[in-house]
Structures are given as structure tokens and as C-alpha cells.
Ligand binder design. Structure first.
Ligand code: ZN
Length: 222
């Protein structure tokens, strides 16, 4: 893995972080966000209301998840941006609208963070494409963060696909704050039923041993 990206991360850099679901940024970028000196804003493109299946009360799940998101962001010192949101599981069907909203926010940022566009979840892939299009429109650099990738395949697979993988050094304190932020997502880390695994298994959280960032070859502009 290459060394940390520096140019885009000077003090007082304004960061916009995009999530597909309310816990993505804590899992995949929590250390970086906790350590960052400068304004960080976060937007989630869905409320993650389908995480317990369609039989659940979707409005109730959405409310709960957005409450957990607000709590987790305050642990990380991140400002939440309230925007329109799109259906969990079908972000790809609304990319154009989402890109317009995110591009307007990206225009006020120095760097955009979004889920890596090949992170193995359809909404994460869509959020990655939205982030790339919005960053390009706004003329700011984009970095991808990983959510499910370390759970499903080894880091070597990322570089095999032509992307650059970097380790971004963070403090021990940032690691603790990330853990604390993820703990606020109770609906994701606690089993909803004794016989069912939690939505976010502990192995997923643990496989993020450090803060990783990814950049696609056509995004190497930071
Ligand atoms: Zn997600």
C-alpha cells in the first residue's frame, strides 16, 4: 500500500463525506473524520430503512437509524447535512437527482469522500458514482472509503482492479472515537432476534484495521 495522501488533507480543509446508509461513514472513514482538523459535513443518501427487511415498519426504522446517525456524528465531531433522501436499496434508480444535490454541497468543500464505487453493495456502488460525478462537477478531488470490501475480499483485490489503495495514518484516539461512534448504531450491531446475526457483524468492523482510502485511476487528481 502507498503512503498517505497529503495535499488534500491540510489543516482547515473542508471535507464533505457521503454515505449511502447512516453508518457507512463511521465504519469506513470514522478514524479520518475523528482526527480531521477542519470542518467536516456528512450527508446520507438513504435512511437505511430496509436493513431489517420489508416486513419491518420502514418509517420507524428510518427514524431510529437517523437518530443513531446524529448521535454517531456528534461523537466524531461531524456536522450532519439534512437533504432529500432516496429509497434504501434503490439509490441507483435516483443517481441523477442525488448527484445534483451532492454537487451543490461539494461546491462548498475542498475534498469529497464517498464509498468506493466497487464496494460490494449496490447502494455503496451508486453512492460512489454519485460522489465521483458530484466531485467532478464541483471540481474537487474525490477519495473512496471502504465499507464491506475488507469483509468480502483482500486488499490486493482493490489494486488488482487498478485502483490505488492508501493507508491514512490516524491517532489512537480516533480509533476509540470510531468504535464509540459505531456503538451508537445499535440497530446495526445488536441482533434483532437471538437467532439472527446483526446487520453489521463485529468481524466487519474489526477488519478495518486502519484508515484506508481508495482512488480510481481517473480520479487521481488530489
Ligand atoms: Zn451501507
Amino acid at each position: 500500500m502507498a503512503e498517505a495522501p497529503e495535499a488534500a488533507w491540510q489543516r482547515d480543509t473542508s471535507v464533505l463525506v457521503i454515505a449511502a446508509h447512516p453508518d457507512d461513514e463511521a465504519i469506513g472513514a470514522g478514524r479520518l473524520l475523528a482526527d480531521h482538523v477542519g470542518p467536516v459535513r456528512c450527508v446520507t443518501l438513504t435512511a437505511g430503512e430496509r436493513c431489517h427487511g420489508d416486513h419491518a415498519d420502514l418509517d420507524d426504522v428510518a427514524r431510529k437509524r437517523l437518530r443513531e446517525w446524529a448521535e454517531a456524528l456528534s461523537v466524531l465531531g461531524v456536522t450532519r447535512v439534512e437533504t432529500r433522501r432516496w429509497p434504501d436499496g434503490d439509490l441507483a434508480g435516483h443517481e441523477g437527482e442525488a448527484t445534483e444535490v451532492v454537487a451543490a454541497l461539494a461546491a462548498e468543500a475542498d475534498v469529497v469522500l464517498a464509498p468506493w464505487r466497487h464496494d460490494p453493495h449496490p447502494d455503496h456502488e451508486a453512492a460512489g458514482r454519485v460522489g465521483a460525478a458530484a466531485a467532478q462537477t464541483a471540481g474537487v478531488p474525490l477519495w473512496g472509503y471502504l465499507v464491506w470490501t475488507p469483509y468480502w475480499f483482500p486488499a490486493a483485490e482493490i489494486t488488482r482492479r487498478g485502483a490505488t489503495l492508501r493507508v491514512y495514518p490516524t491517532s489512537e484516539r480516533a480509533g476509540r472515537l470510531r468504535t464509540e461512534a459505531i456503538a451508537r448504531h445499535r440497530s446495526q450491531i445488536e441482533p434483532q432476534h437471538p437467532a439472527v446475526r446483526p446487520v453489521v457483524p463485529p468481524e466487519l468492523v474489526d477488519r478495518h484495521e486502519c484508515q484506508m482510502l481508495v482512488q480510481e485511476p481517473d480520479e487521481q487528481n488530489a
